[in-house]
Every structure is written in structure tokens, then in C-alpha cells.
Design a binder for this molecule. Sequence first.
Ligand SMILES: Cc1ncc(COP(=O)(O)O)c(C=O)c1O
Length: 291
Amino acid sequence: MRQVYLNGRYLPADEACVPVTDRGLLFGDSVYEVIPAYAGAPFRAAEHLDRLQRSLDAIRLPNPMSREAWLEMIGTLCDTCGAVDHSIYIQVTRGAYPGRAHRPPETLRPTVIAFTQPIPERDPRIPEQGIRAITLADIRWHRCDIKSTNLLANVLAQAQALESGADDAIFIRDGIAREGTASNLFIVLDGLLITPPNSDELLPGITRELVLELAREAGIAHAEASIREADLRRAGEIWLTSSTREIAPVVMLDGAPVGDGRPGPRWREMDRLYQAAKQRIRLAARNGDTR
Ligand SMILES: Cc1ncc(COP(=O)(O)O)c(C=O)c1O
């Protein structure tokens, strides 16, 4: 991270500072987005900005920037990334004032932070070996649809997964599998691709939407339906999706193999479609055609 956008200014990372009383820091009173950019072209920026607006509305924080200003800022940050794939992190907090009352003064100005980070290349072992996951009780609050920076439960779940020798955890609430610690959940059950419907219990992922779109276009049978824990355990394939992780095939769940213990044929097909969609963005960026 070389450059940080902070409240209208572009600063070297070590000069970008927020007050210690910023409500994002004291209360987690803030929301965020992570937008992938391929070859300098943001991918699905409009969808991410729409979701940011929904998160802001949900926490009753007026959007401090116009759509044009967001896109201009994203474009400026992308210009510093060259041909390397990056993610653009955006955070909006309710702002800072010299106090710590739960109820903020009405005059507070939101803090806007943004910066880029390279997206690591996919581990070349994943298409052959997949990843491992454990299941954990979902101890998060009941507004998981808001992309809030209150991520302690997610952080602890991810740590528990790593400590147990797995790569990630899948949250289970009321006997229903919801999503990963930073990803949405798909399973292939009896030939049908299934993902839980959007609700307060999970984040409406942009990658989830893209996978559904690709499934529709390719004529892959799919459904948005609740996934019972028992169905998760008998699924032939399990995938976790996110903007930076793309589509990760889970081959072990709580130590038991998923399907034959290798990334499945449906995953290979969807991964191919997803990589092709990414490639189209790269080519468009090279031709100067970024939306
Ligand atoms: C809890 C959670 N669910 C799902 C996702 C996937 O969302 P997207 O595909 O928009 O990256 C994320 C991404 O960070 C997440 O944190």
C-alpha cells in the first residue's frame, strides 16, 4: 500500500492518520467495501457501490460522496496499480469528535478511507487440492447483510479454522449453513447448484451474484434455497466465493472428504466461466474500455 485516500486527499500511507476518537475505531461504527481491479479496471464497481449505499442506508449514515466522486477516486487509485490485480478497500465511518458518547453529534462529518492492495495469485495447488473447512456456530449479530467493519466473530472463526488445520470456517445458525467467514456458500447436491437466499443472515456477495449469473447463462441447474447442515455434509461439492478469493472448492469438511475429496467437475466448469469473465475485463482494460 503506497497511497491512501483520506477525506479527499491522496497521501503516502504513513502520513494518512485518523483521530483516535474516530467512531470506526471506538465503536466499529462504519461500513466497508472491497472491489477487485483486474489490470487496472475495477470489476463490478457499480454493484459494489450499490451495496455500499445499502450498508450506509442500513446504519443511517448519509453517503458522503456522489457516485461520480466514488468512481473518480476508484479510477485514480486504479491508475497507480499498473497491470497487477489489486483490491480497492473503501471504508466510511461516522467520523470523529472529541468524545465517546454512543449518540454522536449531528454535525459529525464521515471519515472516508480507501487504499489498494495486490491480490495474491491463486495458490496453484487449489485446482488440484482444494481447501479445507470446518463448521462453527454463527455467533455474529443478526444483520450480516450489512458490510460492517465489526468483524471480530469472523476474525475469531478464521483463527479457529487455521488452528484446527483448516483454511476457513462455515457458519451454521439454527441448523442452517449460512456462509464462510469472508465468503458466500454454494453446494452441489444431487446435481443441483444451491446457495442460500439473501437475507439478514448473510452478506449479499457480488461474486455470489456473478456465479448465479454465469450459471443462468450456461444453463446450469441452480436454486437459491436454505442449506441444512445435513445437506452440507452430504453435498458432492462445496464452494466458498468472494471477490478476492473467487471460487474456492472445499474438499474436506470437519475432517471428512467432500465428494471424492477433490475439486469437483461443476467447480471446474464454473471456475472456467469465472476466469473467462475476468479475462474479458483484462482485455477491455487493455483496450481502454473500462466501465
Ligand atoms: C461475510 C462475507 N460474506 C460474503 C463475502 C463475499 O462477498 P463478495 O463476493 O462481494 O466479495 C464476504 C466478502 O468479504 C464476506 O466478508
